[in-house]
Design a binder for this molecule. Structure first.
Ligand code: NAP
Length: 486
């Protein structure tokens, strides 16, 4: 194995190591013995420099024409496409997902910059009626200032793109904190933006463990807003820390997404779609299907079809073209998923497929876990109520749509839900009554385009949306201006 590459942070337009010279290692999830790269383990003082540079750059970027800002984003999108192969390779190497999945992630990240770049020419406010004689009034969307974007490891390029596109077109400076497991592609993204002409300081990156950085992140006095995507535990901690701090917070959190299969559904379509939505990226998507609620009349057939699809997947490194399912991100995540499945079977769930760590053919060195289908799952069991974030489907049986909706909505989460049916009325009732921010009919719970507002209800987040025009609006404040002409 070659020596691991060293990647630097973007600080005030320069590429820098940490002042202390300390590094953090990034492992290959497909073979945890391999160190893929090293990134600076930044200290609180290093992070403070990034925030200071963002504050100094924020005013100039805010007063740059939105059209000019848009040109930078459009060029960044082009550069991501040009560098697609290299970025996707590094994404797979650090996160584990299949190379095809990583290439799709680069493409969709470029979509974000192209969509947001185009919005540079969209209206920036609206004219309002003013009943005073000779007076005019209008709204102006102003940037918030300095935004801290905190991202998880499961879509390490896409999640930063989902935040940076809207934040930057709205005129904010951004400090990007990638997850410690997957910092490399965030640095590729920062390079694309800098090469596209983003002025120094408008974007800075902070690598290193959040645990070690502590309050150097969310406690920095320069922050006007935080857009966080990650676990409920950290999201709720941030909410508590920011009480009274006058910092706007957006939190996109976990999910426990259900797909309902009614008796009249196209079972071939349902099984293929659920298997893809449950097992792609080894189930590590916030919108992955993890609960399957099937009508009793078709339960056995659907279970067999899902189990067959799980057994047909070929576990292997994401960079190996023969693999159809990559590893989990880390040994820790592998232990977490294995623990959920063990406790589920201990409490009475039945294994229809999977349920083990593969321990041969070299897979024992990686964070692999077999795609798993569990049946006879109780409504109160942990596997039904808590997010697993792995390739695990839990199945339960119901009699008809009403009971299915009760089961969908009993979850504390409300990110995505889907139904498979050929009955238009059932589909519409489901769309109306499912308590989820994203609802699909005869489509997967995952896969929402960049212009579609995205975000969950209930415990899945702060109730705000990312993506689309609502996503951009979050990164702004509205000023109303009235002018009297005498
Ligand atoms: P996580 O442990 O909450 O970490 C997310 C990010 O927060 C990482 O960059 C982490 O840095 C940082 N962090 C940790 N503690 C922090 C603190 N005290 N202050 C500031 N930052 C802190 O989540 P994860 O395990 O990476 O991601 C998986 C979760 O993300 C799942 O629950 C999934 O559902 C959720 N997710 C939600 C969405 C959505 O849109 N709703 C999308 C994708 C993922 P370190 O890595 O250095 O610890």
């Amino acid at each position: 194995m070659s020596a691991p590459a060293e990647h630097l942070n973007l600080v005030d337009g320069d590429w820098r190591a940490s002042a202390s010279g300390e590094w953090a290692e990034v492992q290959n999830p497909a073979d945890l013995r391999e160190v893929v790269a090293r990134v600076p383990a930044m200290s609180a003082a290093d992070a403070a420099e990034v925030f200071g540079a963002a504050r100094r750059a924020a005013r100039g970027w805010a007063s740059t024409s939105p059209v000019a800002r848009g040109r930078v984003l459009l060029q960044a999108g082009r550069l991501l496409r040009e560098r697609r192969a290299e970025i996707a390779h590094d994404l797979t190497h650090e996160m584990g997902k299949l190379l095809g999945e990583a290439l799709g992630e680069v493409d969709k990240s470029a979509d974000f910059f192209e969509y947001c770049g185009g919005l540079g020419r969209a209206p920036q406010g609206e004219l309002l009626a003013d009943e005073r004689a000779g007076a005019r009034a209008w709204t102006v969307r102003e940037p918030l200032g300095v935004v801290l974007a905190i991202c998880p490891w499961n879509d390490p390029l896409l999640t930063p793109a989902r935040k940076l596109g809207p934040a930057l077109i709205a005129g904010n400076a951004v400090v990007l904190k990638p997850a410690s497991y997957t910092p490399i592609v965030s640095l590729h993204l920062a390079r694309a933006l800098l090469d596209a002409g983003l002025p120094a300081g408008v974007l800075g990156t902070v690598t290193g463990s959040a645990g070690r950085l502590g309050s150097a992140l969310s406690g920095n006095a320069e922050i006007d807003a935080i857009s966080f995507t990650g676990s409920n535990e950290v999201g709720e901690q941030l909410e508590r820390e920011l009480v009274g701090a006058n910092v706007k917070l957006q939190a996109e959190l976990g999910g426990k997404n259900a797909t309902v299969v009614l008796a009249d559904a196209d079972l071939e379509l349902a099984a293929t779609t659920i298997a893809a939505a449950g097992f792609a990226q080894a189930g590590q998507r916030c919108t992955a299907t993890s609960r399957v609620i099937c009508d009793r009349a078709i339960a056995d057939e659907l279970t067999e079809r899902l189990a067959a699809r799980a057994r047909a997947l070929v576990l292997g490194a994401g960079l190996d073209g023969a693999s159809t399912l990559g590893p989990l991100v880390s040994a820790e995540q592998q232990r977490t998923v294995a623990g959920f499945v063990e406790r589920a079977t201990d409490s009475g769930a039945q294994l229809a497929a999977g349920g083990e760590r593969p321990l041969r053919d070299g897979l024992e060195h990686g964070a692999f876990y077999q795609p798993t289908v569990l049946t006879s799952v109780e409504a109160t069991s942990e596997i039904w109520t808590e997010e697993v974030f792995g390739p695990v489907l839990a199945l339960t049986q119901v009699d008809g749509l009403d009971e299915a909706l009760t089961r969908v909505n009993e979850s504390p989460y409300g990110l995505a839900a889907a139904v498979f049916t050929s009955d238009l009325t059932a589909a519409m009732v489901f769309a109306d009554r499912a308590e989820a921010g994203q609802v699909a009919v005869n489509l997967p719970t995952s896969g929402w385009d960049v212009h579609m507002p995205f975000g969950g209800f209930k415990a899945s987040g702060s109730g705000t949306k990312e993506q689309g025009l609502e996503g951009v609006a979050w990164y702004t404040r509205t000023k109303v201006v009235a002018i009297g002409t005498g």
